[in-house]
Design a protein around this ligand. Structure first.
Ligand code: ZN
Length: 409
């Protein structure tokens, strides 16, 4: 168990860049940490200014990413204490922005641009009189060619690719003994909030709490070793979630999410269990997979190097056997969940989720309910409901292993 912990820590270190880089970042950041207290966008589509108010000055890096056009601002340890609605509405060349933890010790703001833009100026103004410190980024319009050239020159290398490689190597040395490993994957995290209820409840928080509850229940049986893909409010790339399951030689991968639909689309309630398929079981399932698969884009991950897209390669190698076990577990889970909570009218669906594409790990994705439904939000935020649902999920896992342990081990 400790070995797995070390590997996970090693991997998280790599997610943040090299561990030496992380140490350097920690040194550069003031001991007390900086807090972002307000943010705004000003100007028009000739020149747009993004301003972040802080309680001290910091160094930051700014670069652009294409498809869709984004401007990324990376900082060392910054905490965000911004007004709830910050970033949902844009102005000028910025249509919206997001912020949050991107990797341990690394905070990020992603500005969605309305078209190709260039970073004209960036500067930091120290605190003076009663004004907070300010970080300022000025954007001006440019053409696509210039944008692509600038993006290629400035974007830092994607750290997670090397993490994935190390993970696979580590897997070869990890050995296959011990109790079966269950990997629980709380969706989203950090800069990627996932769905947001009208009341402000965020998917990333709901699913982390339920994931921890489930982990606790499974650990109590002493029959399993449990690994979470994230233990706190940190962003983890989709491929890394798959790799964490593979490197730990997981016998089951459970991704936990909560859905949301717009008022236009109507009303929906209840839990749904998804497995992976090339062709979605229906249009809503396809739409949901698209939405969940955008997590990396939302967080400002550079996906331009398609040859490193592990998920696509993995999918071609997927074993029919793994899919059979995924289906079997999904049915067991539906059975147990049905007695614990309200299910969606079609409780079992399939679509092309990146996070379910490990060729050798039976995987399901559970949507606990709809954050767009006030009645579902009441359930999702209720400690009693979380307890019951986590209990039903733990039962399903035990039942699955009791019935199929010989085959899965
Ligand atoms: Zn989600």
């Amino acid at each position: 168990m400790r070995f797995v912990g070390v590997l996970t820590a090693l991997m998280l270190g790599l997610l943040a860049g090299a561990s030496s880089a992380r140490a350097a970042e920690a040194e550069a950041a003031p001991a007390k940490g900086i807090v972002a207290i307000d943010a705004r966008v000003a100007g028009d589509d000739k020149r747009t200014r993004f301003v972040l108010d802080l309680n001290g000055t910091i160094d930051f890096a700014a670069f652009t990413l294409a498809d869709p056009y984004r401007v990324i601002l990376d900082f060392p340890n910054v905490r965000f204490n911004l007004p709830t609605a910050a970033g949902r509405k844009g102005r000028g060349l910025v249509s919206a922005f997001r912020y949050g933890v991107f990797a341990p010790g690394k905070a990020r703001v992603v500005l969605d641009a309305t078209g190709p833009v260039a970073i004209d100026r960036t500067f930091v103004v120290g605190q003076h009189d009663k004004q907070p410190a300010r970080l300022v980024v000025d954007l001006v319009p440019t053409d696509r060619e210039t944008f692509i050239r600038n993006a290629a020159a400035k974007a830092p290398a994607n750290p997670s690719v090397s993490a994935a490689r190390v993970a696979v190597e580590a897997d070869a040395q990890a050995g296959k003994s011990g109790p079966p490993v269950i990997v629980i994957d709380p969706g989203h995290g950090g800069i990627d909030s996932g769905a947001i209820a009208p009341s402000g409840v965020e998917e990333k928080d709901v699913v982390l709490t339920v994931a921890k509850k489930l982990a606790e229940k499974l650990e109590r049986t002493k029959l399993f070793r449990v690994v979470l893909t994230r233990y706190d409010d940190t962003f983890v790339q989709l491929n890394d979630r798959v790799q964490i399951a593979r490197m730990n030689d997981a016998k089951l991968f459970i991704s936990i999410h909560a859905d949301s639909i717009s008022r236009k689309e109507g009303e929906a309630r209840g839990a749904t269990i998804y497995t992976v398929s090339d062709k979605a079981s229906d249009a809503e399932a396809a739409k949901l997979a698209d939405k969940e698969n955008k997590a990396d884009l939302i967080a400002g991950v550079d996906l331009s190097n398609k040859s490193d897209d592990v998920a696509n390669i993995l999918f071609d190698l997927a074993h029919r056997e793994t899919r059979n076990f995924s289906g079997l577990f999904a049915r067991t889970l539906v059975g147990r969940m049905q007695s614990a909570t309200l299910m969606h009218k079609t409780p079992m669906k399939s679509a092309g989720f990146i996070v379910l594409r490990a060729p050798d790990v039976p995987s399901v994705l559970l949507e606990l309910g709809f954050l767009s439904s006030p009645d579902d939000v009441k359930l999702l935020t209720s400690p009693a409901w979380r307890e019951t649902v986590a209990g039903a999920m733990a039962d399903a896992v035990q039942n699955f292993f009791q019935s199929h342990l010989a085959e899965v081990r």
